[in-house]
Design a protein around this ligand. Structure first.
Ligand code: FAD
Length: 317
């Protein structure tokens, strides 16, 4: 079932979450371990992230370095198919522009369609580490908007080459990303929202936000989007901070602010356990306020760890 159908038929706020494929070399049991504890809250859909290749350098002796392109977390589509088969839950594979030509994209969409996957989250992806900015593949897409347009086209039966024009259309629900605190490269929130509107006009059925820790940022963002004519559901993304590593890298990596009240309590924490307890308390408070506003779904970023999300969900659902 499509995410947009879940949202249209909902009777109250839904529960959904995002997982990462395991690191190459780990088996599927780490995925079960992430999903099993959250099944009691009846997730409406589960997102699975996509990770493009990274460039790494291996020492080969005598001062020689070998440059290797490596995907550290393959398996997005396989995991989606497994979730549908094992848990009977709808899935949302993420699909990015980076590393994909338009033909690669078309083939990936055909594969999703054959697997009976009804959804896709269409993203640009970030620049490859140690490249200064995002570089699309030759004949690939430079922005999520163009990827969305290709998916929407395929949903109308528009394949890349003439001879396929009579072929069956796909029927994929399209999600896209949005940023209440603006995307890091955007000149300001206004231009970011103008481009966001173009993603919706290109065919995005709904949006999922970057994580945020201050609900007011989300409420203001949704209001501004509505004023600009963006009418699709905007799902809030939540992430509990559960250790000092999170505190160090999450605001920096995702370009988000922690509100003063939260930051004041965080600096008092002396252990990871204290950070985790505070993170759970903060996210529960955020989630309760969002539930009171009847948001479409509470979407949790698990980053492969479900314990804190379970502790939060058990206080909400
Ligand atoms: P775009 O919508 O293309 O926007 C990128 C930037 O370009 C923005 O600053 C925007 O204002 C600007 N822009 C947009 N359209 C245009 C245009 N037509 N012309 C000029 N400028 C434009 N990354 C992964 O690699 N894998 C994942 O699985 C993944 N999942 C994510 C899930 C969510 C919910 C979110 C919020 C992000 C996720 N990301 C993921 C990160 C995402 O790929 C990065 O944030 C990336 O830098 C931007 O992706 P986008 O789809 O928002 O890009």
């Amino acid at each position: 079932m499509k995410v947009i159908e879940h949202l249209q038929q909902r009777d109250g706020t839904l529960f959904s979450f995002e997982i990462l494929p395991p690191l190459k070399g780990k088996d599927i049991h780490s995925i079960y371990a992430g999903i099993d504890p959250l099944m009691e809250f009846k997730p409406s859909f589960i997102n699975v992230t996509y990770h493009r290749e990274e460039v790494i350098y291996k020492e080969r002796g005598q001062g020689l370095l070998q440059k290797i392109r490596l995907r550290k977390r393959p398996g997005t589509v396989g995991i989606c198919a497994m979730i549908k088969a094992k848990y009977d839950v709808d899935t949302v594979p993420h699909l990015i522009c980076g590393g994909f030509s338009r033909e690669d994209t078309e083939d990936a969409l055909i594969e999703l369609s054959f697997l009976g996957i009804d959804n896709v989250l269409a993203l640009r992806g970030d620049a490859v580490k140690n490249e200064p900015h995002f570089i699309p593949e030759r004949d690939g897409h430079a922005h999520a908007e163009d990827l969305i347009r290709q998916i929407a086209g395929l949903n109308r039966g528009k394949y890349l080459y003439e001879e396929e024009q009579e072929a069956s259309p796909t029927n994929l629900c399209i999600g896209a990303a949005c940023y209440p605190e603006k995307h890091q490269e955007a000149l300001n929130l206004g231009t970011d929202i103008a481009y966001l509107k173009r993603k919706v006009e290109a065919g995005a059925d709904y949006l999922v936000t970057q994580m945020f820790f201050d609900n007011q940022r989300y409420f203001d963002f949704v209001e501004r989007c509505r004023k600009e004519g963006i009418q699709v559901p905007i799902i809030p993304g939540l992430k509990p901070l559960t250790n000092f590593r999170h505190v160090a890298f999450i605001p920096k990596t995702f370009h988000i602010d922690l509100p003063d009240a939260y930051a004041r309590e965080l600096v008092k924490c002396a252990t990871d356990d204290a950070v985790k307890a505070l993170g759970i308390e903060w996210t529960v408070a955020q989630a309760k306020e969002l539930l009171a506003h009847n948001v479409p779904s509470l979407h949790f970023y698990t980053m492969g760890k479900s314990e804190a999300v379970k502790a939060i969900a058990s206080q909400l659902f």
